[in-house]
Design a protein around this ligand. Structure first.
Ligand SMILES: [Zn+2]
Length: 406
């Protein structure tokens, strides 16, 4: 008769403990085996065995000796960035951004391609995304790194199968992006995922940003639309079907302008980047719709720096709308910080004071429940970095790549 745990249970416990050690080193590197034992409560022999396994899998490496507080010098451990990397790729209305990030968090490359997604068919977009992804994968492989995964971020509703149900700002409906990409990439060895761009940006902010580790954090995308990536208790909030965070389509003003979603007065119709450009630079669209926002945003910043009264007033009005949206989030989920990303970042000095005042006026909790509004410091490409972070997070969660062959 068999007693005690089955082998599968041992394997599960081992995988969980490997992940515990890996996460500890990620957060505290460089650290010694004794540090890991003391912090995790695992005994020293177990830690030594787990560390040996992780070194064998080339997820950790030793890095010299450090003088310990007491006793002999200890060998220190860090994440091994060399063997693996993850690819993140973000689709926005005017460009594709791709990054590769290694396990240690080092950004290996960051590429940007102008791509007018709204003017292209989904089929053309799939070809362009696949072409860029395979070039990045080729570069990563040429550095003798194994690709752990590719995640593509899209500004829209993405279901758990990786189908884009609706992306008004790309003109997409029911695009089976994950399956189409797997096909276009000819069944790659790595995992392919598709996720909402705001969700991925929130993951990037939570893993690498100025508010790293903050357990209740919201990221607002500053692209054509305004999406919210919501982290509650340290975990991404997805909702029942994965469609949470559509703060951009909360109505701010019933008599406001028409939104690409077909409704009126949505937050993004009032405070999205095209709305800001239209307000400050009314002539910008005379040659047709804008396909690249960077020059217009530069011009808005230039006018604001000069103190142009109409520009400063417009940005304050937009800031109030953003503050209104943040107050709704604050009243429902009480975040510690709301991070403004994308094209909001260069405009933040003129948006933040009005946004914070509006938040304070509309939030029911004293001191806005402790919520701060801040500009992202991660730079452009945050959603792409988050795409890479998503694949790296699966390693942290215990889905370790198989040990490399000898
Ligand atoms: Zn809308």
């Amino acid at each position: 008769m068999q007693t005690g745990p089955q082998p599968a249970d041992f394997a599960d416990v081992r995988a969980t403990n490997l992940a515990v050690v890996l996460r500890h080193v990620r957060n505290h590197a460089p650290c010694s085996r004794a540090d890991i034992a003391a912090a995790t409560g695992l005994n020293k022999a177990t830690v030594s065995s787990l560390v040996a396994d992780l070194i064998e899998r080339r997820l950790l490496r030793e890095t010299g000796l450090a003088e310990h507080r007491i006793g002999r010098p200890a060998t220190m451990l860090v994440l091994d960035g060399q063997p693996y990397a993850a690819i993140g790729l973000a689709v926005s209305a005017d460009q594709l951004t791709a990054v590769a990030v290694d396990l240690a968090g080092e950004q290996l490359l960051s590429w940007r391609r102008t791509f007018p997604a709204l003017a292209s068919s989904p089929g053309k977009a799939v070809s362009a995304i696949a072409a860029l992804a395979s070039r990045v994968a080729g570069r990563v492989s040429s550095q003798n790194r194994q690709v752990l995964g590719l995640t593509v971020g899209v500004p829209g509703l993405v279901d758990s199968d990786g189908t884009v149900r609706l992306a008004p700002n790309l003109g997409w409906r029911d695009v089976d992006l994950r399956a189409d990409l797997v096909h276009a990439l000819r069944d790659p060895k790595y995992d392919v995922a598709v996720d909402n761009d705001a969700n991925l940006s929130a993951m990037a902010e939570h893993r690498y940003g100025a508010f790293v580790g903050t357990s209740d954090l919201v990221y607002l995308t500053g692209e054509v639309g305004i999406g919210a990536g919501v982290i509650v208790d340290g975990r991404l909030l997805r909702g029942g079907r994965g469609f949470s965070g559509e703060i951009g389509h909360v109505q701010i003003d019933p008599s406001g302008p028409r939104c690409p979603c077909g409704r009126t007065g949505c937050l993004e119709a009032m405070a999205g980047i095209p709305a800001i450009i239209r307000r400050v630079l009314p002539d910008a669209e005379t040659d047709g719709p804008i396909t690249d926002f960077a020059p217009e945003i530069d011009e808005v910043v230039r006018l604001a720096r000069r103190g142009d009264p109409a520009t400063v007033d417009s940005l304050a009005a937009v800031g109030r709308h953003l503050g209104h949206g943040v107050a709704i989030l604050t009243n429902v989920i009480n975040p510690d910080v709301v991070v403004l990303g994308g094209n909001f970042v260069p405009l933040a000095p003129w948006l933040l004071p009005a946004a914070e005042a509006e938040l304070a006026a509309r939030a029911i909790a004293p001191d806005a429940g402790g919520c701060r509004i801040a500009a992202s410091t991660l730079g452009s490409g945050t959603a792409a970095v988050g795409g890479a972070a998503r694949a790296l997070a699966t390693v942290d969660a215990g889905h370790l790549p198989p040990p490399p062959p000898h």
